[in-house]
Every structure is written in C-alpha cells, then in structure tokens.
Design a protein around this ligand. Structure first.
Ligand code: GLC
Length: 479
C-alpha cells in the first residue's frame, strides 16, 4: 500500500502559535497521525509565519516564490522545521503577517486569500504534491475553491482531494460582494461559488468545493443541519450532506499529563489522587480563598462569551453560592461578563476568585486543583477544556450539546464521567451543580467518580483511526 500524502493547512498550529482550539488540534492531530501511521501517512502542516512566532530555532529556508492575487504580485518565502516527526512549513510575508495579532485586521480576507493561494503555488517548490489537502475553517476555505477552478488544469494537481474541517460554523469569513474580483481574484462562475445571501461567504465556498466536509464531533455534525446552530449555512450543509463526517477531537495526553506537568504544585496520577488535593490547597491559597480540603471548588476556564453559556451561569451562580462551595474563574471576553464576575467577587470575596486573563500556567493549576469543571455551552463543536479537566481528575458539569454530549456522560446511571443536563435553562444548571455537590459529599462515591473520570482515554488514538479511514476513502474514490 502506498503512503498517503497529506498537507494540513491551518491558520494556527501549536506549539508555534495557538489562540484557541484550532491551534491545539492542528498541533496534536498531525503528530498523532504520524506517530500511529509512520509507515502509511506522510502528513505535513503549513501555516503563516506570524510575528508572534518568535522562537525560530531550527527553521530552514526552503525557497521563495511570487504569488499572484488579482493585480497584486506578492512575495512568499517558505521556511520549514521538523519536530515530533511532522514537517511544518511556514509562509513568510511580512506585509501580511508581521503584525501584532493573528486576526482582527481590516484586510483579514486578503491575508488569508493570499495564504490559500501561496499554499497552492509553492507545492512544486516543496517537492510535495499531496493526495489530500486538509483545510480548516474560513481562513483556508478559499484553497479548495481555487484548486477546483483556477488550478484545475494543472496536471499534477488534478488528483488532489480536499477536506474542509469546521471547527466552529459561526465564523464564516463574510465580505462585501464587490471585492470578489479585486481582493479574492474570483470572477464569474468562481465568484458564484462563494456568493451567499448577497455577500461573499468563504466557508460556503469550501463546503461546495471540498470532497469531504468534516466537523469535530458526531453530534455537532448532526446539529449543523439546523440553522439554530448553523448560523445560516444549514441549507448548504443539507445539499452537501453526503460529504459530511463528524470525528471527535482528542487532546495531546503527553502535553496534558498531571504526572509530569511542570505547572502543578504536585504531580499525581489516578494512583495518587491524594496529591491532587495538595494542588487544591495551594490553589485556594493562590486565589485568596479559605484553605479547606472539604469545600468543593468549581472552576470555569473559558472565553467569556455568550455561546459558552454565561447567561445560564450568571442566573444560576448565586443560587449555588448558598451552598458550601468556592468558584475559581479564569478568562476574558465580553466586557459585560468581565464586570459581572468582578462584582460577584466583591460581593462573595470568601467564595469567589476571578482572574480576567488568558494564562496557560494558571489554567493548569486550576485544572489540577479544582473538583468540578463547569462548561454549560449553548453550542459547542467539540470543546477541549472538558477533556483536559477530565485528564486532571476534575469532574465536568456540561450541557448536552455537540462534543460535550459526545465526550461527557452523566454518572447517575452508574457509569459516566460527569454531570450533564439538556435544557439551556439556569434552573437545570443549578440543579445539576447541586446534584454534583450531593455526590461530592459522599466521599466513597466521589473518589470512585474521580477515578472513573481520570481513566477515560481522551487521546487521539481512536479518532486518528477515523481520520485515516477518511483519507483512505478519498483515495479510493480515485479521480
Ligand atoms: C473551536 C470550537 C471548539 C473546538 C475547537 C477545536 O474552537 O469552538 O468547540 O473544540 O474549535 O476543534
């Protein structure tokens, strides 16, 4: 059997740059695939060389090219680095990528159109014509569009298949239709592929032109047939339904490992759970809360935005605060929620500790030190935090949606690895937390639950097999 060649194109990839879940997946899935299928898969990752990528040790210059984008001719340098068995390519163009943040610029559409075109232009220079280009989210959505139109007649490109993975359908890359030619280099029929509801919609273009559409959990793959979750794209999903797949993300269980995580106060495993409680006492002291092993600590680590379920939390939290409990909150986002949590901390300073920040060191200390992890999202394509929390023996309380539904199962029926509820209502959340507190108070039951939670395998092991089968099915399709 021949080796499957895959180019994984993403706008971010850990450990080089990660602003969210996409970066974590792009950093861990290719690595997992190349470990498991070292003889059968050659997977390489390509991403922009942002200014924030400051550690460039071991980067090797591969070559340079000129990339045409409408009337522009733009420089493109390629660097590479091999790490953990995976080759990473970096697209260098200082005009587009030497900026303070990865996203949020007036010309993001142009920046990622350039990136998509650059990837296609440099394949001969990389000496790597892939069998599959695996694209991710709206930033790389133009890649299959260009490939199936402008590049269709390049003989060596004719057999390349494409996958688009949706990490969050809310972000679609919507732009004014009148910049189609001037910025995106799309004319006539090409333009109609990305046209939707009177605008340019880049993700729609990828859904129409990719050979497979995948998303990051089975439940979310079903939910996006409905516009309440699909943010307007349900009809496009429906007419491409035969291409849909849902594969649950994993996490890098070497990177998130309480046995050797250097951020922790004390390392532990399922065989030494008592050491987890040393992390708890240290966390309470760090957070300025009373140190007491018997008070349950509920953690929230999240972007503070509506779809993470913060309206439910806001309306349920004071009811829960009547109980013997502590909350530790880490995150930033919408100003309204930031102010709310600050005021909650002022009013309940011996029960609530809030840090408005993103901080991965502190996040790990919280994952290790807390008893419960709260994630009542309104929608959640996959969610990674609930899996990290589980790995650290912190019991998830989640709403049954998307990947949360697929990864966390209520323990009330004997088996299970957390507490779940279905209705997006504050009452249901408050009741579920209280149910959790009930189990917490029964020490034997609680210890058993923590052991069960820590024992679930959230590595990429089983999902890597599904990705392999997906790639193989594309090759079987032939031309
Ligand atoms: C996005 C989604 C999140 C998912 C992640 C990785 O950030 O919102 O649910 O886990 O992508 O696929």
């Amino acid at each position: 059997m021949s080796v499957i060649k895959i180019l994984y194109a993403a706008s971010e990839a850990a450990p080089f740059i990660a602003t969210g879940g996409l970066g974590e997946v792009a950093g861990s899935l290719p690595k997992a695939l190349s470990e498991k299928y070292s003889d059968d898969i050659d997977i390489r990752v390509i991403l922009p060389l942002y200014q924030e990528i400051t550690d460039r040790s071991g980067f090797e210059f591969v070559g340079k090219a000129t990339v045409p984008l409408a009337w522009r001719q733009q420089y493109c340098g390629i660097f590479k680095k091999k790490t953990d068995g995976v080759t990473y390519y970096f697209v260098d163009n200082e005009y587009y990528f030497k900026r303070n943040e990865c996203y949020g610029h007036y010309d993001d559409g142009e920046r990622f159109a350039y990136f998509s075109k650059a990837v296609l232009n440099v394949l001969p220079m990389l000496d790597f014509i892939p069998d599959v280009i695996h694209c991710n989210d709206w930033q790389t959505s133009l890649l299959p569009v260009y490939l199936k139109t402008r590049y269709a007649n390049y003989t060596s490109y004719g057999k390349i298949k494409t996958v688009i993975t949706i990490h969050n359908i809310e972000y679609q890359g919507i732009y004014d239709l009148n910049i189609a030619e001037d910025v995106f280099d799309l004319y006539g029929r090409e333009k109609s592929i990305v046209e939707y509801n009177g605008s340019i919609n880049l993700l729609k273009g990828a859904l129409e032109t990719s050979d497979i559409i995948s998303t990051v959990s089975e439940s979310y793959a079903k939910e996006i047939f409905d516009d309440s979750v699909a943010h307007g794209l349900a009809s496009i999903i429906s007419r491409n339904s035969s291409k849909m797949r849902g594969i649950l993300n994993g996490i890098d269980t070497d990177f998130y490992n309480p046995e050797n995580d250097k951020a922790l106060f004390e390392n532990y495993s399922v065989l030494s759970i008592k050491n987890k409680y040393l992390n708890k006492l240290n966390l309470q002291s760090l957070a300025g809360l009373p140190q007491d092993e018997n008070i349950p600590v509920i953690a929230i680590i999240s972007r503070l935005v509506k779809h993470k379920g913060f309206d439910l939390i806001v309306h349920a939290v004071e009811e829960v605060l009547k109980e013997k409990v502590q909350f530790v909150v880490l995150g930033k986002g919408d100003r309204g929620y930031e102010l709310y949590f600050k005021s909650l901390q002022d009013r309940y300073h011996d029960k609530v500790a809030v840090r408005i920040d993103f901080n991965s060191d502190l996040a790990r200390k919280i994952y290790a030190g807390a008893d419960f992890f709260l994630m009542p999202s309104i929608s959640e394509p996959c969610g990674i935090a609930q899996m990290i929390a589980s790995r650290y023996g912190t019991v998830p309380i989640v709403r049954e949606t998307g990947g949360l539904k697929d990864s966390i199962h209520d323990c009330s029926l004997g088996t299970g690895n957390g507490f779940t509820f279905s209705q997006p209502k504050a009452k249901a959340l408050a009741e579920t937390i209280k149910r959790g507190l009930g189990v917490y108070s029964r020490k034997e039951d609680w210890t058993k639950l923590v052991e069960a939670v820590m024992s679930v395998d959230f590595s990429w092991k089983s999902s890597a097999v599904k990705y392999y089968d997906m790639y193989q099915s594309l090759l079987d399709q032939g031309e």
